[in-house]
Design a protein around this ligand. Structure first.
Ligand code: SAM
Length: 227
């Protein structure tokens, strides 16, 4: 289900550009005298060369496939979607945060292309789905038993701070400028707003996504399972 447009393991991404600052060296340097693990989750090349990827220590030297397989065993019933009709620059941030919270899938609605820079290579470990239209996304939500909650500060919205979010949930975000489309808000069971107190009309969509995902985590995640 991983998006076929994902970069391959071999292509260096932003988190590899600063090699040497993160990660571990070759297995023999890090574990002198300890035989290499024979487990097939371990990547022989990473064991030989070292592992400079931006992954948690538990996944050091693991293949990408093994990491995805492991996260798949404990992904949350949380999906996130962002509308991308005007090429939104925040999608990378949304993907990175969704990865950090072990969200099930990130759905991109509208344009297929998005700027991966902000994802910092996390898209390699995150299930991504593309939907041409809001209707397509809503069909997916019905088929997968997901309750759609739009996130925007439009009239009639419910404060996110006190809302009960559904466990099997799809949080839907809008893009800079237009915000969540009318069609999407109509299809959602409710729209939740994040309380603001300053002069700006709205906050950055990537930041809003982080706040909303964390609201779901606070209500439904088992914190004993976090790293
Ligand atoms: C920059 S906002 C633009 C739309 C906004 N309704 C406006 O009037 O300016 C882009 C997206 O960020 C999210 N967002 C920004 N501020 C928010 C807030 N205070 N509450 C909920 N969502 C917000 C929403 O998903 C929104 O569609």
């Amino acid at each position: 289900m991983l998006d076929s447009t994902s970069q391959t393991d071999s292509a260096p991404g932003p988190t590899e550009w600063g090699q040497g600052r993160h990660g571990v060296g070759p297995w023999e340097e890090e574990h002198p005298g300890v035989p290499r693990p024979v487990d097939k989750r371990y990547d022989p090349e990473l064991l030989s060369e070292g592992d400079r990827r931006n992954v948690v220590d538990a996944y050091r030297y693991w293949t990408r496939a093994a990491i995805i397989e492991d996260i798949d065993t404990r992904r949350h019933e949380l999906h996130v979607a962002i509308e991308n009709f005007e090429n939104d620059a925040n999608i990378g941030t949304v993907v990175r945060t969704a990865n950090a919270f072990a969200a099930d899938t990130v759905h991109i609605v509208g344009r297929r292309r998005w700027n991966r820079r902000g994802a910092m290579v996390t898209d390699r470990y995150q299930h991504l789905e593309h939907h041409q239209t809001v209707d397509d996304l809503m069909r997916y939500a019905v088929e997968h038993g997901l309750t759609v909650v739009a996130i925007d500060n439009t009239p009639g919205s419910v404060p996110l701070e006190t809302a009960d979010l559904p466990r099997r949930c799809l949080l839907l975000f809008g893009q800079e400028g237009p915000g969540v489309s009318e069609a999407a808000q109509k299809a959602a069971v409710m729209t939740c707003s994040i309380a603001q107190f300053g002069s700006t009309r709205s906050i950055n969509a990537g930041v809003a996504a982080g706040i909303a995902m964390h609201a779901w985590i606070r209500q439904h995640a088992d914190l004993k399972q976090s790293w």
